[in-house]
Design a protein around this ligand. Structure first.
Ligand code: AGP
Length: 609
């Protein structure tokens, strides 16, 4: 969940490495560090906090480095501190390394190194074990020492290492953690993701499991898990490096909320046929009979992507009449799944690097299932390993709280639903009506964004509360889960999403003046039932903020505040409603002075278990 970066070449390593680290900060930002060789010695600087803090220290110290490595951290073992920050070293500082992942057998190895090798540890991290283990095998051949040490590691690890005896190379190791090498003109890069060095080169080699690379300015040698040297194809990145700025917005999160009309258009662009009322998903390289032969769908995802999958389950079952099982990847990966013939897997992930979803996907592929990935990151592990990947085209999402990626996932899932439904019993007219409503979404979201001042006023009124419920029925239940997650993530308020009908089976005990309810009314099929549930809350002095469609009546008596959204089909109403919950969470977090783009304890891409 950390971001690692390395550079070997003739240019000013410090600037290149720090710039790369800034681009990886979404992966973790509780501490950062850099180390490199200069005049035959390893020089380093480590700081608690953001990359900016590290950059300031490095510049003030006037540090100059030749080959260099660095890391921005999301702590797994050992709290954020200067000594626990990466890089880590062996006892005589002959080598330095940075790591992304978790060494699951670090305690056993630590005891072995302390007792058998008399090593003294400086930090509380699992990573420091790797440095001392490699050093314990070192007899002049660093590659051999790394190969022996890696053979004893259990867990996930992407490592970049430098050694003072090898001033013009970086050793890179990848196992169950993403790592890519960038090949430049007389220079080379190592990073957790291509975005970090794409401004310098587009020629890349993705390291696969258990591969070790010796990276030099003009040579790249790669060894597989049996230590055989192998040739790997370089790939040309097609991504455009966007210097993603906030523009006129105070936060990336707010900017990305406002980018949703365009993100929705991008997700739909040339992916439907109005005349036939159906969808066209070119990346879906499945034969027609395979799509017609789908008898059940299994959706795997985490967090916000799981919420998108949950909403899609309602839609696919209702519109395409295909049974859907939605699974949280971290739970599912340890199940021994039953994959019957006719099972199609949909893996949803903004980053395409979420470790649990990747592992669940690999397990299902091993069971013979075909996997459709829906990703927003070109070149990500999931995009490369799935049988088909439908690109979200939402553009880079920097804010840790996922917003535009969620709504663009819903649009793609709606198009997939339409495609499968039209291949079954849905007729052209119903398909065209569904498309018409999809095409209204960008303007409907725009109308919601125009209500931002109204939503902000309500948010400021309720920002002091420490507990919230988000309630909904039908499609609005998983939508309420997403609304609650957004508020949790960026304002640190305890918010619970709940099926409205479930409240009286216990949670209603929490309702009082201090625990407001956000009521998501957009599921017209069960609106009357929801109104009764809201009356039950009102009867217990609960405050209610209702998000309702323009045509929905009878709320004035029960709700303390109402935010109106344009009418839409129940199966698509999650999108305009979610934009309201995003803005509500944003303005509440803003009123509480929270760090909205980089909330505490979180990271944008969760690459560890
Ligand atoms: C959402 O706001 C969070 N950042 C988090 O729940 C996220 O959705 C989850 O980690 C899944 O990420 P992915 O879509 O990149 O797989």
């Amino acid at each position: 969940m950390c971001g690692i970066f390395g550079y070997v070449g003739a240019k000013n390593s410090v600037d290149i490495v720090l710039n790369g680290l800034h681009r990886l900060e979404y992966r973790g930002y509780d501490s950062a560090g850099i180390a490199g060789l200069h005049q035959g010695k390893i020089v380093d600087c480590k700081e608690v906090g953001k990359v900016d803090t590290l950059e300031k220290e490095v510049k003030e110290a006037g540090i100059v480095l030749d080959v260099a490595i660095a890391q921005t951290r999301w702590a797994t073992h050992g709290k954020p501190s200067q000594v626990n920050a990466h890089p880590h070293f062996d006892e005589n500082r002959s080598l330095a390394l940075v790591h992304n992942g978790i060494i699951e057998n670090h305690e056993v190895l630590k005891r072995y190194l302390q007792e058998e090798k008399g090593v003294t540890f400086l930090s509380e991290t699992d990573t420091e074990v790797i440095a001392h283990l490699i050093s314990s095998y070192y007899e002049g051949d660093i590659l051999n020492a790394v190969q022996q040490a890696v053979a004893r590691l259990e867990g996930s690890y992407a490592i970049a290492l430098i050694h003072r005896d090898f001033p013009d190379q970086i050793i890179a190791v990848a196992h169950e953690s993403p790592l890519v090498v960038g090949i430049g003109r007389k220079e080379a890069f190592v990073a957790s993701d291509t975005h970090a060095f794409a401004a310098h080169t587009r020629e890349v080699v993705f390291l696969s499991n258990s591969e070790i690379a010796v990276v030099s300015p003009e040579k790249l040698e790669i060894f597989d898990s049996s230590m055989e040297q192998i040739e790997k194809q370089t790939e040309q990145l097609s991504i455009v490096v966007e210097d993603v700025s906030k523009g006129k917005f105070e936060h990336f999160t707010l900017k990305e909320i406002y980018e949703q009309p365009q993100a929705i258009r991008n997700a739909m662009l040339s992916r439907y046929l109005e005349d036939y009322g159906t969808a066209v998903l070119e990346e879906l390289n499945f034969e027609t009979h395979e799509l017609q032969g789908i008898e059940r769908i299994l959706i795997i995802a985490c967090g916000t992507s799981w919420h998108a999958g949950y909403i899609a389950a309602y839609m696919i079952e209702e519109k395409a009449r295909i049974p859907v099982q939605v699974e949280i990847s971290s739970e599912f990966r340890y199940k021994n799944p039953i994959v019957q013939p006719g099972t199609c897997v949909i893996a949803i992930s903004q980053s395409g690097e979420t470790a649990d979803t990747l592992a669940a996907m690999r397990e299902l592929k091993a069971k013979g299932a075909k996997v459709i990935a829906i990703c927003n990151s070109h070149g990500s592990s999931m995009a490369r390993e799935a049988d088909a990947c439908i690109a979200q085209r939402a553009g880079p999402e920097i804010g840790v709280a996922s917003t535009k990626a969620f709504t663009s996932q819903l649009v793609i899932l709606a198009l997939l639903t339409l495609l499968l439904a039209r291949m079954r019993h849905m007729d052209k007219h119903e398909g065209q009506a569904f498309l018409e409503n999809l095409q209204k979404l960008p303007d409907q979201v725009k109308k919601v964004l125009e209500q931002a001042p109204h939503i902000e006023a309500i948010a400021r009124q309720y920002a002091h509360h420490e507990n919230f419920f988000f309630l909904g029925r039908g499609y609005m239940f998983p939508t309420s889960l997403e609304g609650a997650l957004k508020l949790k993530e960026i304002s640190y308020i305890n918010a619970n999403g709940y099926p409205a009908g479930e409240m009286k089976h216990g949670p209603i005990a929490l309702i009082n003046e201090e625990c407001p309810t956000v009521a998501l009314c957009g599921n017209k099929a069960t609106y009357d039932k929801l109104l009764s549930n809201l009356n039950e809350i009102k009867a217990r002095n609960g405050k209610i903020i209702a998000i309702a469609e323009e045509s929905q009546k009878g709320l004035e008596k029960v709700a303390d505040a109402i935010i109106r959204v344009p009418d839409s089909l129940d199966e698509l109403a999650s999108i305009p409603t979610t934009v309201v919950t995003q803005l509500l969470a944003y303005y509440i977090a803003h009123a509480r002075g929270a760090n909205i783009d980089q909330p505490r304890n979180l990271a944008k891409s969760v690459t560890v278990e």
